[in-house]
Design a protein around this ligand. Structure first.
Ligand SMILES: [Zn+2]
Length: 416
């Protein structure tokens, strides 16, 4: 149990940290605050750290399967006992196409998912060079590559069954695979740990929800959302069907909303000119200034909740986004949330025409991450040790936001 003392101790332990997660004042009539108070920064960090023991968790490798087993064991230890695997086949191409690096300041201001790339931009891309990882131990852990050809893959999930509406559910998810020859600590250890922490809180003894909640960790996000597409294809037509008849059991409760979490730590702001040791701007081969992210989490950091304005379920998704923002205003401790309309490039996309679907991120995916705001994205530097407590705290605030909103939307009751 996360006592107030434990939180205070954690805060003192990080003496140089100015930001800190504060406990919510508990109103006896409010069932949500005691649940939010079960989250704490040290537990969230420990779960991310646990995931990084499997390196970049690249799909189709032994380290990816070991991570899946570890996640499943953790979910069970939290009391989310009924874990299941969604199985599908994936075909790894013989050779992947060259990675497209975005020019630093070329024309063409359109962002992925729609919208516009404003302001200064830094290069983006995927590291495909194992030797770019200077840590030999980690390089060795990340040695195995996905074998070409078709082979089975799995995602893992578990379900908190609702007391009065077991036939309806919210999906709370993140992707557990990564790339880039680092530890995939932020992309997407931060989202995976968030989903696991919420599974822990909602499955604690004494907590009940009227509606069901399914906690899903997707595989193959980085290869094109394949795990999420497989789930939609296999399970969308099973929604709301009682099986066996008269059992009161619903293997696929009707989807009410889908909330995806992808990269939640790093919001340092727009890239700034990179300076050399003498304080002079570094220039590229064309004599143009090189831009890079500021060193520290910006004071204005926020959680970005996005829906996709062109989705068939856009109206419902916008409502879900605003419900998350309202939950953030009431229950998050350190960072606000902003709502945007350009959700893209994550596992909520396969769901967005079927059910209101949103994503939570550290930045807007299209116009900010797409403009190079996170220099560790898909890079060997996406390591646990790269991030500060102010970075981890943004992820914790995203957890508070989703936990509070889902508690309200599913009618959570009881004291953990
Ligand atoms: Zn991701």
């Amino acid at each position: 149990m996360a006592s107030k003392n434990a939180l205070v101790a954690a805060t003192l332990a990080a003496a140089c940290l100015t930001a800190s997660a504060q406990l919510q004042p508990v109103d006896a009539a409010d069932p949500v605050a005691p649940l939010v108070n079960q989250l704490d920064l040290d537990k969230y960090k420990a779960t991310i750290k646990g995931l990084t023991q499997f390196g970049d968790r690249r799909q189709g490798t032994a380290r990816n399967r070991a991570a899946l087993d570890w996640i499943e064991a953790q979910l069970k230890s939290y009391g989310c006992m009924n874990t299941e695997r969604l199985r599908y086949d994936f075909t790894e191409p013989v050779k992947r196409g060259p990675v497209q690096l975005q020019p630093v300041r070329a024309g063409g201001p359109a962002a992925q998912g729609g919208g516009t790339l404003f302001g200064k931009r830094a290069p983006i891309g995927v590291n495909t060079d194992p030797m770019a990882q200077p840590d030999e131990k980690l390089r060795s852990l990340n040695t195995e590559q996905t074998p070409p050809g078709t082979s089975p893959r799995e995602s893992v999930y578990c379900t908190k069954v609702g007391t009065t509406r077991p036939d309806e559910m919210f999906i709370v998810s993140a992707h557990m695979d990564g790339i880039g020859f680092g530890e995939a600590a932020n992309d997407d250890g931060s989202g995976t740990a968030l989903v696991m922490e919420l599974a822990r809180v909602f499955n604690a003894p004494g907590v009940a929800t009227e509606r069901s909640i399914r906690f899903i960790l997707w595989n193959n996000e980085e290869t094109g959302l394949n795990g999420a597409y497989a789930y939609v294809a296999q399970r969308k037509d099973l929604q709301g069907i009682e099986s066996p008849k008269g059992s009161g059991r619903y293997p696929e409760p009707t989807w009410l909303g889908m909330i995806q979490h992808d990269m939640l730590l790093f919001d340092h702001g727009m890239p700034v000119p990179k300076l050399d040791a003498a304080g002079k701007p570094v220039l590229d081969a064309r004599g143009q200034p090189v831009y890079t992210a500021p060193k520290d989490q910006r004071a204005e950091a926020d959680v970005n909740i996005e829906f996709q304005v062109n989705a068939k379920q856009a109206d419902g998704a916008a409502k879900l986004a605003w419900a998350l923002r309202a939950a953030n205003e009431k229950y998050a401790t350190d960072y606000p949330a902003a709502v945007g309309n350009r959700m893209t490039n994550t596992d909520s996309t396969p769901f967005m025409d079927w059910v209101p679907a949103v994503s939570l991120r550290e930045n807007e995916r299209g116009m900010q991450i797409g403009a190079g705001w996170n220099p560790h994205w898909h890079q060997p530097t996406d390591l646990y040790s790269t991030y500060s407590d102010k970075d981890f705290l943004l992820g914790l605030n995203a957890a508070q936001t989703t936990l509070a909103a889902v508690a309200q939307l599913t009618g959570a009751k009881g004291k953990p």
